[in-house]
Write a protein that binds this ligand. Structure first.
Ligand SMILES: [Zn+2]
Length: 156
């Protein structure tokens, strides 16, 4: 299972067994975390009071899916790499209304959380981080000795 959450909420997911996927993300306001051992059982204990979204793979008796929480509402929908899985009524030949409503709710929450995370990412300081070894920024590669460095914020 993998999730994207605010950096400040990282410990909440660490308690469930998630680890930060990329070390260089540690200074970021938004963090990606993974739990390779996670099964669908996590969905029962996932936080419902902080914003995040994520996805999980299939297990023995369930398919893959997406989860999202905006800090108030939580939604969990079945989905594969091809898209959402819609439950079908074979008698009427129509999709199940409840299934469609859950997907709509999921999309609404995901839009909200994405907007929030985008704003958080943009607030991050655009400062260079120079390597003590190369004297170059580890994010954009500009040299600390470059004349332009003082007037040019980091592009990453
Ligand atoms: Zn830089």
């Amino acid at each position: 299972m993998s999730i994207t959450c605010r950096h400040i909420d990282q410990s909440r997911f660490e308690r469930l067994g998630f680890v930060v996927e990329y070390a260089e993300d540690e200074e970021s306001a938004v963090t990606e975390m993974v739990d390779a051992e996670a099964n669908h059982g996590h969905c029962e204990e996932m936080p419902t009071d902080i914003p995040y979204y994520g996805s999980y793979g299939a297990g023995d008796n369930y398919g893959p899916g997406h989860v999202v929480c905006d800090g108030k509402e939580y939604e969990d929908v079945p989905a594969t790499s091809d898209g959402f899985v819609v439950a079908w009524n074979f008698t009427s030949g129509r999709p199940m209304l409840e299934s469609i409503q859950r997907i709509r709710r999921y999309l609404k929450l995901e839009r909200k959380v994405n907007k929030l995370f985008k704003a958080l990412r943009e607030k991050e300081p655009k400062e260079h981080r120079f390597s003590p070894h190369t004297q170059c920024c580890i994010k954009c590669g500009i040299s600390a000795n470059d004349d332009l460095v003082e007037n040019r914020p980091c592009i990453k």
